[in-house]
Design a protein around this ligand. Structure first.
Ligand code: NI
Length: 188
């Protein structure tokens, strides 16, 4: 087990399309476990493979004491609308209100390779949409209006200096304290 470095905004891999997983192997289960450990170390609630420098179509989500390992996740149904203030482990200290579907149904393979469906509203629904976006090279800032996106990028320009190699290195117990009131929901 290991805590992996997290890629931050500017790293090209965050903008790449991922590759569907052909079969859920022991190696991929190990990767999922390391991603979960990394996500917890960063006090996050979701993490996608490109955020740890990998191209597999895989994300992990942990909301309301339920943890999901999702290979090849796909949104197969969505309904309604909501706005949620989001952050991202790959864009630390930057937040923005995003329009999302209020409910989604996701089809994926679980850690045994079996097909599963996960339905989510509120934070779980938002997290699923945010992580699946990551698997297609998309970030929450892409959903912001022109002006809000420009503000977010300006905030990031200052934060970015902390990550000279575009990597965020976490140590065990080195958890983030959410400084932003709303960020109590966690970064995704
Ligand atoms: Ni994210």
């Amino acid at each position: 087990m290991a805590i992996l470095p997290i890629t931050v905004l500017g790293a090209p891999i965050l903008r790449q399309e991922t590759v569907p997983v052909a079969a859920v192997t022991d190696e991929l289960r190990d990767l999922a476990d390391q991603m979960l450990e990394t996500m917890h170390a960063a006090s996050g609630i979701g993490l996608a493979a490109p955020q740890v420098g990998r191209t597999e179509r895989l994300c992990v989500v942990s909301v309301d004491d339920r943890t999901y390992t999702l290979f090849n996740p796909e949104i197969v149904a969505r309904e309604g609308k909501l706005r949620w203030e989001e952050g991202c482990l790959s864009i630390p200290e930057v937040f923005g209100w995003v329009d999302r579907a209020a409910w989604v149904k996701v089809r994926a393979l679980d850690r045994t390779g079996a097909p599963i469906e996960v339905e989510g509203t509120d934070l779980l629904g938002v997290c699923l949409q945010h992580e699946i976006d990551h698997l297609h090279g998309k970030l929450f800032i892409d959903h912001l209006s022109f002006l809000k996106r420009r503000q977010a990028l300006a905030a990031w320009e200052e934060e970015k200096a902390k990550y000279p190699d575009l990597l965020r290195i976490l140590k065990p117990g080195d958890t983030d304290t959410p400084r932003h009131a709303q960020a109590a929901d966690g970064e995704l």
